[in-house]
Design a protein around this ligand. Structure first.
Ligand code: KIV
Length: 273
């Protein structure tokens, strides 16, 4: 059973595994594969709901998907994103919204995007016994302010700010940090700078663990994925083939076959009028 304590204890000892997860069936599979954590990321806005970004995702949508994941997972730690505007409007809103994710969504921890500017919210959550995973580097909820999705921390001020933010998140009580899309050597420096686990996504191999969006790493999400994504399967191609073969079999009258049908005694049929 993975807990926040498992995460903290893993630092420097064992690499942590996390994948995004948004539904019951996938949660069961990932849990059975021994994933340390399932992240109900607000990326569900894009990969599950077809939005252009994570900005429109609502708290209700997060809770709905999180509850499905919670029903499927037994051992993985469930972490759920606070969506855009669920924590930026102050400590009271943050507590109420995170409370819903824990109580109605069944998550064991929340994740929120941002650095030292959100330490009051993180401290309040930790005081309320709600574990917090931070998220710095590329923070997709800030896409309108950033202008685009690009590598972060490339100039000295930005790189130093990320190290300072990681330390501030640790001091505020976060149990782990997601670090997205920074140069690998900076990922190593940030990982070294804190005593809580840093889970990288496009942040190099020295992080304490890795996270990917499952549709990206299985080839479901389409042709173009970011440089940091490794395709561990071509499930998109496999599914397209299965759907095409199914349609062809139905159209040709080859599905269902006799073995795929229920049967009744012929005498019973003979008595029908
Ligand atoms: O929403 C999400 O899926 C995330 C990961 C990319 C870390 O925040």
């Amino acid at each position: 059973m993975n807990t926040v304590a498992t995460f903290k204890a893993a630092k420097g000892r064992q690499k942590l595994t996390m994948l995004t997860c948004y539904d019951y069936s996938m949660a069961k599979i990932m849990d059975e594969c021994g994933m340390n954590a399932l992240l109900v990321g607000d990326s569900l806005g894009m990969v599950m709901l077809g939005y252009a970004s994570t900005i429109p995702v609502t708290l209700d949508e997060m809770v709905h998907h999180c509850a499905a994941v919670a029903r499927g997972a037994k051992n993985s730690l469930i972490v759920c994103d606070l969506p855009f505007m669920a924590f930026q409007t102050g400590i009271h809103d943050t507590l109420v919204n995170a409370g819903r994710i824990i109580k109605d969504g069944g998550a064991q921890a929340v994740k929120l995007e941002g650095g030292s500017e959100f330490t009051p919210e993180i401290e309040a959550l930790v005081r309320a016994s709600i574990p917090v995973m931070g998220h710095i580097g590329l923070t997709p909820q800030s896409v309108n302010a950033l202008g685009s999705y690009r590598v972060q921390g490339k100039d000295p001020n930005a790189a130093q700010k990320l190290i300072d933010d990681a330390r501030a998140l640790e001091k505020a009580g976060a149990f782990a940090i997601v670090l997205e899309c920074v140069p690998a050597s900076l990922g190593a420096r940030i990982t070294e700078a804190v005593s809580i686990p840093v889970i990288g996504i496009g942040a190099g191999p020295e992080c304490d663990g890795q996270v990917l969006v499952w549709q990206d790493m299985t080839g479901i999400a389409g042709e173009h994925s970011p440089k940091f994504v490794r395709r561990f399967a071509e499930a998109g191609q496999m599914l397209r083939q299965a759907f095409t073969d199914y349609a062809a079999a139905v159209q040709a009258g080859q599905f269902p076959a006799d073995a795929e049908c229920y049967h009744i005694e012929p005498e019973i049929l003979a008595r029908l009028y």
